[in-house]
Every structure is written in structure tokens, then in C-alpha cells.
Design a protein around this ligand. Structure first.
Ligand SMILES: [Zn+2]
Length: 187
């Protein structure tokens, strides 16, 4: 048998004796790698950074997550006037970076009605979270629970409005949170 008759391993390309493994004609070395990736992915992920300088997957290192994305001070934008089903006039503003939406704002007449604080805080929560998602989608800003919590907290206008309550509940899932109150969840 000449070297040219020996098939290539479909995974590493080496001319070695191969055997079918999980859909590949694989050499003995690649069969072991294949089986370990399939059966022990956590071990691979744990060991990889110890042995390699490159990330095993696109980088999601929490140490490298920037706290705030730097947006230009003045953003281009478009303002849309809409009317809701109760005939209230709304202004919906979309800020843009390179033509992509990165922030939304909404305002309407009840902004100036001080008895409607809770409606305003709910509205603020919606637009702040949508803005966070838009920056994640269009600017690749990392989306983290901490950032969601910060925006929800900032949307709150008074104690025990909806954003404040959501912040309290979701903070329980955040290990670095400043929320320390330990309430019985059933109470
Ligand atoms: Zn191989």
C-alpha cells in the first residue's frame, strides 16, 4: 500500500488509518478528541484556557465586559409623531449611530401629569431596556444582568413602583448585587 492509498483523516487531514466516528472518517487521535468534545465539553472548556492563549469560543470573558459603551455625545436621530388608540399624541425618538437605532425615547402629554408617576416609570423601563437591546444588537455592547438591573433601577420613580419591585426580585439572581435583603420568597 503506497502512502497515497491511505485515506486522510477528515478532521485533521493526516494520512493515517481512519475509522468512522460520529459521521467522520477519523484517525485514532481525532477519535479521542471527538469523543471528549462530545462527552466532556465542560472539561475541554476548563482545560482550554490553561493550555492555549486563544479563546476556545468568541470571547465572552466577563472581565473584559465594558461597563458602559461610549456613545457619541450628539447622536443623529429621527422623531416620529404617533397617536395611540386613546387619541394621545406621542413623540417616539430613535437615536442612530451609522443609521442603526441605538436608543429610543418616548414622550407624551402625561409626562407632565404628576399623578401618573407609575405610568411614566413603566414607560421609562420599556425604553431603557429596548435601548439596551438595540445597543447589544447593533453595537455589540455586551448585555449583562447587571446592566439590565441598572436600567430597571434607574427607571423607578418611587418605592414599590413596578421597576422597583422588578429590581428587587431580579437582584436575587445577581451575585454581585447590592441588594442584600433576605426575604422569605413565600412571604
Ligand atoms: Zn485526525
Amino acid at each position: 500500500m503506497t502512502e497515497h492509498n491511505i485515506p486522510c483523516c477528515e478532521i485533521c487531514g493526516a494520512r493515517k488509518k481512519t475509522t468512522q466516528t460520529g459521521g467522520f472518517s477519523a484517525c485514532a487521535t481525532c477519535r479521542v478528541i471527538h469523543s471528549n468534545i462530545k462527552n466532556h465539553p465542560e472539561t475541554i472548556k476548563k482545560l482550554w484556557p490553561e493550555l492555549q492563549d486563544e479563546p476556545i469560543l468568541p470571547k465572552r470573558d466577563p472581565d473584559q465586559i465594558q461597563e458602559e459603551m461610549e456613545l457619541p455625545e450628539v447622536l443623529d436621530g429621527k422623531r416620529y409623531m404617533t397617536v395611540d388608540r386613546e387619541d394621545n399624541k406621542w413623540y417616539l425618538s430613535v437615536s442612530e449611530v451609522d443609521g442603526k437605532p441605538v436608543e429610543v425615547f418616548a414622550s407624551t402629554a402625561f409626562d407632565r401629569d404628576h399623578e401618573l408617576q407609575s405610568r411614566i416609570s413603566n414607560l421609562t423601563t420599556i425604553t431603557r431596556l429596548i435601548s439596551l437591546m438595540l445597543r447589544h444588537i447593533f453595537l455589540n455592547e455586551p448585555l449583562t444582568l447587571q446592566k439590565c438591573l441598572k436600567q430597571i433601577k434607574r427607571s423607578s420613580r418611587q418605592k414599590d413602583d413596578l421597576p422597583d419591585m422588578l429590581f428587587g426580585v431580579l437582584s436575587r439572581y445577581s451575585n454581585t448585587s447590592t441588594f442584600t435583603e433576605k426575604k422569605d420568597p413565600t412571604s
